[in-house]
Design a protein around this ligand. Structure first.
Ligand code: ATP
Length: 216
């Protein structure tokens, strides 16, 4: 993802895909405008935040009219690079990696896992969800120039070394599903998703806040 045109605060940038998905659905159902309160209800972000976010895109909703869906969609497409196919690699074709290959972001036709890598020779050469699994030893030969992000679903002890190799090969974003905390240069972004920590946190909130105060 690139956010080059305008400097958008990071918290706003993180909400863009959420807005985008909802607006696409609205557009598909033929709606031309949407109010910030409708949006707020649908994406569960308070409407003051939505209005502030949208003001960064030059989208100033009109009272009694709301926002123009087409305008917002074209802004998001540009900003999220949705006009271009974003190619992603996946490293580690275990249970989680296999699920990603089968899923392959099929609802979002602009992001695709194009190649997968593993060290397990019994997996190398096979295909899952139409994606070929390559030998990790050949990572350097198989990385195409236009790949900028990778998903890491390897065992934690292998994660840092693989991250180093990805960075050496110009990968600028890593979605890290391992519990390992990765060290990368400043110009590389790591988004860390630890599913068991998230689940534990959810269960903690269920136990300690049963009346349902939202954790956002
Ligand atoms: P998951 O954690 O996705 O549920 P799993 O339990 O099936 O996976 P893991 O041991 O976590 O298996 O390994 C995930 C995948 O990473 C496996 O396919 C394994 O072959 C692969 N793998 C293990 N070590 C490495 C490594 N050093 N580099 C790349 N891939 C590796």
């Amino acid at each position: 993802m690139k956010f080059e045109q305008t400097k958008i605060p990071q918290a706003t940038a993180k909400r863009l895909p959420l807005y985008y998905r909802f607006l696409e659905n609205l557009h598909a159902s033929g709606k031309q405008r949407v109010s910030s309160s409708e949006l707020s209800e649908a994406v569960k972000v308070d409407s003051a935040t939505i209005r502030r976010d949208f003001s960064y895109f030059g989208a100033l909703g009109k009272k009694g009219y709301g926002y123009n869906v087409n305008y917002l969609l074209s802004f998001f497409r540009k900003t999220l690079d949705q006009d271009e196919l974003t190619k992603v690699l996946l490293i580690g074709v275990g249970n989680l990696g296999t699920a990603f290959l089968n899923y392959n972001f099929s609802k979002n036709n602009n992001t695709k896992i194009v190649k997968a890598f593993d060290v397990d020779q019994s997996k190398v050469g096979s295909e899952i969800g139409g994606v070929t699994i390559y030998n990790l030893d050949h990572l350097e030969d198989e990385i195409d120039d236009d790949v900028s992000a990778a998903i890491l679903t390897v065992p934690a002890p292998a994660a840092q070394r693989i991250a180093d190799r990805l960075v050496e090969n110009r990968v600028k974003g890593i979605l890290n599903f391992t519990p390992a905390r990765l060290t990368v240069p400043d110009d590389v972004r790591v988004h860390h998703i630890d599913l068991s920590v998230e689940l534990q946190a959810l269960i903690y909130f269920l136990k300690h806040y049963p009346e349902g105060s939202q954790e956002k």
